[in-house]
Design a protein around this ligand. Structure first.
Ligand SMILES: [Zn+2]
Length: 490
């Protein structure tokens, strides 16, 4: 009798037998942590061995709170060199016989107060064979049932900002690790990105859960362990599906719960999704997942064009900010920027001087060679050097549903103001209908079920609409958020 075969409970499962069809051998990338000047030979998943060297590292910080905004490494693979920017919505780039990215560098640890990446050297590099997928097909899906960039995100080393977390002279910076996907509270299903078993659901923990597991169970989160040995965390859930019990086997794409703003969400509704894996240091650390999300979403929703105007920026009034759309993907792209304060600019990157404090949301329109159009929005928070204690309000907007909206369908729009005592927001739905005023609770109680102000809107005609919502503080300092909404045939 085989003792192990029927035992799909408890610790035997954790040994790997029942975590599903995604073995560790399906991981396509290889990870190496290096010090500057250090070289290591890496054997790729296709058997090819390459020599990888970290040549240099340059980190640029903002002047408001000294957070790293851009970390650039110079790397060499088999004698061929290139520069890579760490995290911040970058995907792997081709270099000779490999694809390579840089999830994290040491400067992010300096004011972080923690090391969720498990990085002990200067930088981490990941390598894939040239032309390979970044994540094995059939092993990973996009965990939120909504459109790509349907709302704000905080991804991969971007300091958290949506809830007004970025303040001058912060001693500690919360560089977001993992992937925050903003969405409409209670209206977006969260599904499992991987196949695996539930090691904890809320505060219930699987008996026999490995003592050294990286999981931190909490009432609003779920952990799924897969056959790769990855722990995926889903946080801030409003509801957890009753079938998601410790020990349960979860299929790829199975519903886990509903997006919310519970736990340490800061009061903005989003899914916090992250992946924990053993890193080269021997420590548990964040497995950067932006490239996996990108590819998983693209498999489910094939697309030719994606506008990317993220991450956000933080500046003092009187400073210049570079608006950067270079992470957009498509063929023969044309870039147009429209500024919140009026005016416009062309080009992949534009520089803009911000004279007055506020939370601005700049529109990037990209058009490809076939005439397709996509938009994204870059948030720029501008603070007054003379009044660092009065940072501008911030604002979060979302809508649902995001797919399959037809003319005459009701669409729910929600908004919440942060960092001001009073709410009060005005929507422009982008279709020529009159403005609509609402009033959120301004995050007075971050868990309030009706903390977001809700509006319903019906589009009479099919179209691609640019929606904006604004809060203005009593002294005139604005906070603006934007959304794009597609109505009618795809
Ligand atoms: Zn998060």
């Amino acid at each position: 009798m085989n003792l192990f075969a029927p035992a799909c409970a408890g610790i035997l499962m954790l040994a790997g037998a029942c975590r599903g069809q995604t073995p560790a051998s399906s991981i396509i990338h290889r990870t190496v942590d290096l010090r500057i000047g250090e070289t290591e030979e890496v054997t790729l998943s296709d058997g090819l061995a390459v020599k990888v060297k970290l040549l240099g590292l340059e980190e640029r910080c903002d002047e408001v709170n000294g957070a790293v905004r851009q970390a650039e490494v110079r790397v060499e693979v088999d004698g061929q060199a290139t520069n890579l920017t760490s995290g911040t919505y970058h995907v792997p780039v081709p270099l000779g016989r490999v694809q390579i990215d840089c999830p994290i560098t040491k400067g992010y640890l300096r004011k972080s107060g923690q090391n969720p990446w498990g990085l002990l050297k200067d930088a981490r590099l990941r390598l894939w064979p040239a032309g390979s997928a970044w994540i094995a097909p059939g092993s990973f899906v996009y965990p939120a049932k909504q459109r790509w960039f349907a709302s704000y995100t905080q991804m991969a080393n971007e300091p958290v900002y949506v809830d007004g977390g970025e303040l001058p002279d912060k001693k500690e910076i919360y560089y977001h690790f993992g992937l925050d996907i903003g969405g409409s509270e209670g209206l977006v299903d969260v599904v499992s990105a991987t196949e695996g078993i539930v090691t904890s659901s809320g505060t219930e923990v699987l008996a026999g859960q490995a003592a050294d597991s990286p999981a931190e169970p909490r009432y609003d989160n779920v952990y799924i362990l897969d056959g790769r040995g990855w722990y995926c965390r889903y946080s801030h859930l409003k509801f957890i599906d009753p079938a998601v019990r410790p020990g349960a086997h979860i299929a790829l794409g199975q519903k886990l719960g509903v997006l919310g703003k519970e736990g340490g969400s800061g009061g903005w509704s989003h899914l916090h999704f992250d992946i924990w894996a053993r890193q080269p240091s021997g420590l548990w650390g964040i497995e950067e997942g932006y490239a996996f999300l990108w590819q998983a979403y693209e498999r489910e929703h094939p697309r030719e064009l994606v506008a990317v105007a993220r991450p956000h920026a933080l500046a003092w009034a009187g400073q210049r900010v570079t608006l950067d759309g270079s992470r957009s993907r498509g063929r023969g792209l044309r870039y147009e920027w429209t500024f919140t304060e009026g005016g416009s600019g062309g080009g992949e990157r534009v520089e803009r001087l911000y004279e007055k404090p506020g939370t601005y949301c700049e529109t990037l329109k990209v058009t490809d060679a076939a005439g397709r159009v996509d938009y994204d929005f870059m948030v720029v928070q501008v603070l007054d050097r003379a009044h660092p204690d009065q940072p501008p309000p911030t604002i979060h907007a979302n809508y649902a549903p995001t797919f399959g909206i037809r003319p005459k369908d009701p669409v729910v729009f929600k908004v919440r103001t942060f960092r001001d005592k009073e709410g009060g927001e005005t929507w422009d739905f982008g279709d020529g209908t009159p403005a609509v005023s609402v009033k959120s609770d301004a995050n007075a109680d971050r868990y309030a079920p009706n903390g977001y102000a809700e509006a319903r809107h019906v589009y009479a005609k099919a179209g691609h609409y640019l929606v904006s919502v604004q809060h203005v503080r009593a002294d005139g300092v604005p906070a603006v958020a934007r959304l794009q909404v597609r109505v009618g045939p795809e």
